[in-house]
Design a binder for this molecule. Structure first.
Ligand code: NAP
Length: 288
């Protein structure tokens, strides 16, 4: 096990040790995740700062930009340190309007895995999440054909580990019946608690839960309870939201996004905030 001074310590994704405090690179691609980036130099700087600060888990996708986020990661960090694990996802394309149409047929998935390898400059992808559902959230339906396609690419040696994203609990179970997964990446934060049961079930199985939009995504988390607790602790609401996630369950890995090295440092410091049982009970009311 590697040691880290980052809040939350470490977790092992399959056989890959990562810091529980990771970094989500999506919004570096530009406004509404369509290139070009708003600040190219700033994006490179924040990626390098993340690694310098000890983060060993970066979340991305070929769909971000499209291509832009992966290209920024490669420009900033290649050749990658051995300790760094880049997690990507496949299963959605981008359209002219910036939408995210599903692309989960076998040919699209194969193409996307090869594009990720190329833009990131890798021979093997550490972890690939199959992104399900749509922009409205998880949608029911079988994942078998798509997940089996990724298992085939894993057997070819192009992928180390698999996960699912934007998935219903039934789809998580269906994927697990086909092959092991090491993580589930779904929307979850203080105000969106729909996956509480799933998180606990995954924790018992030693599988990571990686909440996307941990800070609310494109609309920052806002809650009077959160503001009250943050004011009492003399902390930023974002700090409380991240510290709460780390406390919520040991299998939760953070991938907050930011385009600012100042915010990155604030978030790392903030996630270390100690929350009392009273704070937790009060925060618990937000999403229930
Ligand atoms: N699987 C999926 O379908 C899916 C979907 C969405 C996202 N994701 C992943 O989840 C990651 C996280 O999502 P996200 O970045 O969209 O949302 P997020 O982490 O919830 O929030 C990011 C937003 O919070 C702001 N922020 C961060 N720290 C702040 C601070 N200390 N003070 C004030 N504002 C702060 C950022 O603005 P600044 O840039 O100004 O700091 C940015 O606008 C993404 O990077 C992506 O990798 C996955």
């Amino acid at each position: 096990m590697v040691s880290t001074s980052l809040p939350g310590g470490t977790w092992t994704l399959g056989d890959l040790p990562v810091t529980r405090f990771g970094y989500g690179a999506m919004q570096l691609a530009g406004p509404w995740v369509m290139g070009p980036p708003a600040d190219h130099g700033g994006a490179i700087a924040v990626l390098r700062a993340a690694v310098e600060l000890g983060i060993t888990h970066i979340d991305t996708s070929e769909a971000y930009g499209p291509h832009v986020t992966n290209q920024l990661i490669r420009e900033a960090l290649h050749p990658y340190p051995d300790s760094l694990h880049i997690v990507t996802k496949v299963g959605a394309n981008r359209d002219q309007q910036g939408g995210w149409p599903p692309a989960r047929d076998p040919e699209s998935l194969r193409r996307s895995v090869h594009e990720n390898l190329e833009t990131l400059g890798l021979d093997v992808l550490d972890l690939v999440n199959l992104r399900l559902g749509d922009a409205a959230g998880p949608q029911p339906g079988s994942v078998a054909e798509a997940f089996e396609t990724l298992v085939g690419l894993q057997q070819q040696g192009l992928i180390r580990h698999l996960g699912v994203s934007n998935a219903t609990p039934e789809q998580v179970a269906e994927a697990q019946a086909i092959a092991p997964i090491v993580c589930v990446q779904n929307m979850y934060n203080l105000a969106h608690r729909q996956d509480d049961e799933l998180i606990d079930a995954l924790a018992q199985q030693g599988i990571a839960y990686v909440p996307f939009f941990p800070l609310g995504g494109f609309s920052p988390l806002q809650s009077s309870v959160l503001s009250t607790v943050a004011a009492r602790l003399e902390a930023a609401p974002m700090s409380v939201a991240l510290a709460w996630l780390l406390r919520r369950s040991p299998n939760i890995l953070l991938i907050p996004g930011t385009s600012s090295t100042t915010h990155l440092r604030e978030n790392i410091a903030g996630a270390a905030l100690r929350l009392s049982d009273d704070d937790l009970a009060e925060l618990d009311k937000i999403g229930r």
